[in-house]
Design a protein around this ligand. Structure first.
Ligand SMILES: C[S@@+](CC[C@H](N)C(=O)[O-])C[C@H]1O[C@@H](n2cnc3c(N)ncnc32)[C@H](O)[C@@H]1O
Length: 216
């Protein structure tokens, strides 16, 4: 049965951090790599899309304790767990969908998203990436670490399956339901370029998890 996105993560909050750090591609090595790509200057303004309990932020605050981070996530209990980890950091948390939440223009030095955006289609992502690109300062960049499909056929299969499951379960509303619909790296890159990023580069790969850097 498909679960609403926020319920899915709330129901798995216990043990979530350990699962991500031990069971996902190459034991979550990508968290440290992702954090190391973000600006290391004190006071750097960072936006995290789908921050969850903040695993990437644990590694980032260890490198840059004086960063100013805004995190957006749908799931309040995940955000509460994150807030409890960093009571003394400059951390602003917003419980909302990143598709709806306005992003202040030319405000952020960099943005990051880890293991969150593989639930959405290219068509959903282009306007989000346009808003994100506008929210970055000149030469700002977006570090996307996520799960990708090996081939177009896999991408198409997951999209078809989601439509089939929603139909089967009588889900007709526009709420977000948890189901992985990863794009290929080529389609993700195209979405970022179509949204206005000037350059997109693959920085690293661990099995099906890749880190992409999109520069404004
Ligand atoms: C697999 S978790 C990743 C959390 C964290 N970045 C990490 O790697 O541990 C995915 C997160 O994305 C959030 N999420 C999914 N869709 C979202 C949306 N449309 N807006 C905001 N957050 C969303 C979920 O609530 C969940 O916390």
């Amino acid at each position: 049965m498909l679960e609403k996105m926020s319920d899915f993560f709330e129901n798995r909050l216990e043990g979530y951090d350990e699962h991500m750090r031990t069971n996902v591609d190459d034991e979550g090595e990508f968290y440290a790599f992702t954090a190391a790509q973000l600006p290391q200057i004190a006071g750097a303004k960072i936006l995290d899309l789908g921050c969850g309990t903040g695993l990437e932020l644990e590694d980032y605050f260890a490198l840059n304790p004086d960063a100013q981070v805004t995190g957006i996530d749908l799931c309040r209990p995940m955000l509460e767990a994150l807030a409890g980890k960093f009571p003394d950091k400059d951390l602003r948390l917003v419980c909302a969908s990143y598709f709806d939440e306005p992003i202040e223009k030319e405000h952020y030095d960099a943005a990051v998203s880890v293991e969150s955006l593989h639930h959405f289609t290219k068509e959903q992502k282009i306007p989000l990436y346009r808003k994100l690109c506008a929210g970055l300062k000149e030469k700002g960049y977006f570090i996307l670490t996520d799960y990708f499909a090996d081939h177009q056929e896999r991408e198409d299969y997951f999209q078809r399956e989601l439509i089939r499951l929603k139909k089967e379960q009588g889900i007709s509303d526009n709420d977000f339901y948890h189901y992985d619909t990863p794009l290929t790296v080529a389609n993700e890159t195209d979405a970022l370029l179509q949204a206005g990023f000037a350059q997109v580069e693959v920085m690293n790969q661990w099995e099906n998890t890749y880190t992409l850097k999109a520069v404004k």
